[in-house]
Design a protein. Structure first.
Length: 117
């Protein structure tokens, strides 16, 4: 199944054919679909002063629940990093102008230690 997306001109330089996508549909709860970017329009459309480009993605695992005209949210994976520790953004703090994450150093008295990312 092909899905057309409107992508802002700000984000379009990051999008290219072959990138992986994850799609969810408002009408289909708790289910993700996967696919890839098939094409990126070479010319944008401007509506009310906002320019966007049509990006077509193909869902490789779409089933009978997915129907034409449904509202979807699609995430395009523009980059990925392997072998890293991921923490919630709210866990990162500023300490003397540096971003740090506090980790538990001493499990006996619970003393936190600041570490640079």
């Amino acid at each position: 199944m092909l899905v057309d997306l409107n992508v802002s001109e700000i984000d379009i330089p990051l999008v290219q054919p072959g990138q992986q996508v994850i799609a969810t549909f408002d009408a289909i709860l708790a289910k993700e679909y996967h696919g890839q970017v098939v094409s990126v329009a070479p010319v944008g459309d401007t509506v009310n002063g906002i320019t966007s480009f049509t990006v077509t993605v193909e869902l490789s695992d779409a089933d009978a629940e997915v129907r034409s005209g449904m509202t979807s949210a699609v995430s395009i994976i523009t980059s990925a990093v392997d072998d890293v520790l991921m923490v919630p953004n709210r866990a990162i703090r500023l300490l003397d102008g540096e971003r740090v994450v506090y980790v538990l150093r001493d499990s006996v008295n619970g003393t936190p230690e600041g570490r640079l990312p």
